[in-house]
Design a protein around this ligand. Structure first.
Ligand SMILES: [Zn+2]
Length: 299
């Protein structure tokens, strides 16, 4: 697993053991954790809740060679750094893992940290499964794993460990795989779209009409592209045709402006004629620890 990680990093001019700022949940306050972080030349930063601004100042001052962590927390750190006019120097790359990221968010993070943003797709069991090349493909990179897609769901088989190679492990993620023809990193087979957890995939207009929640991501990306805004968001469905959009800061077009934009964008993307409601709400500083979910199905 470490060899795969080292291979991906080397391809981007990074090395394991370089100064790593790990943008993660709160660091464990134990001696073991401290020794481990010291030996791995990394420091854990948790830029949320109380003291987030101070944490980001510390992060920038520590001058990491790369950042690694949860997309939503890295985005949080980037927003604070921009707001406070901090200018991170010497960052070679920002590696986002565990959560999907929109192109507009990626662009924003890259600008703030002055470094390319690379996506990683992995799991606790297998570590890195796919990693981004400089052309933006998410390549399958672990030669000891067999990755397949069945009914839109990712299945991973460890073909080396004898005790494991009969088990097709269902990760619970919805993905698509295509042959990119690109030979830059790992296999030419790449994940063309990471659609999130299989369990939280569909939004319903009515009991018969549903659409994939990834459409919300595309609509919000279009909004951010057009306005230059960048924020985190969560969409929650509580009733048929009713969606709550929670955003981390006031959109530049205002709450109603964003509502109108999303409504007309979804209508034209989905060719919808049915009635549906979108309510935008602003929550500031509401980021919890752990993974951030974009779409919550609460029907
Ligand atoms: Zn590629």
């Amino acid at each position: 697993m470490l060899a795969v990680r080292a291979y991906c990093y080397n391809k981007h001019g990074l090395k394991l053991g370089q100064r790593e700022a790990r943008v993660w949940g709160r660091a464990a306050n134990s001696l073991t954790a401290k020794i481990r972080d010291f030996l791995l030349n990394r420091k854990v930063f948790y830029p949320a809740e109380n003291g987030a601004e101070e944490t980001v100042e510390k992060l920038v001052k520590w001058s990491p060679e790369y950042l690694y962590g949860y997309t939503s927390l890295i985005l949080e750190a980037a927003q604070i750094a921009q707001k406070k006019g901090l200018k991170p120097r010497g960052v070679k790359a920002v590696i986002c893992t565990a959560e999907s990221i929109l192109p507009a968010q990626k662009k924003f993070i890259a600008e703030v940290f002055g470094a390319p943003v690379l996506e990683e797709y992995g799991s606790t069991e297998f570590d890195v499964i796919a990693f981004e090349c400089t052309s933006g493909h998410l390549h399958l990179v672990n030669p000891w794993l067999w990755v397949e897609v069945e009914e839109g769901a990712a299945l991973v088989t460890d073909v080396v460990r004898v005790s494991q190679n009969l088990i097709r492990y269902q990760l619970g993620d919805s993905i698509g795989i295509i042959n990119s023809g690109c030979g830059e990193l790992g296999s030419p087979w790449t994940i063309d779209e990471l659609r999130g957890r299989t369990i939280q995939q569909f939004a319903y207009i009515n009991p018969d009409q549903k659409f994939h929640a990834v459409v919300f991501g595309r609509a919000l990306n279009a909004y951010m592209d057009q306005t230059g805004d960048c924020f985190k968001f969560t969409i929650s469905q509580t009733d048929y045709g009713e969606f709550g959009v929670y955003v981390s800061k006031t959109p530049s077009l205002g709450r109603e402006g964003l509502e109108t934009f999303l409504k007309s964008d979804l209508q034209s993307r989905l060719l919808l004629r049915e009635h549906f409601k979108i309510r935008v709400e602003i929550y500031e500083g509401g980021m919890g620890e752990g993974k951030h979910t974009y779409f919550i199905q609460n029907l």
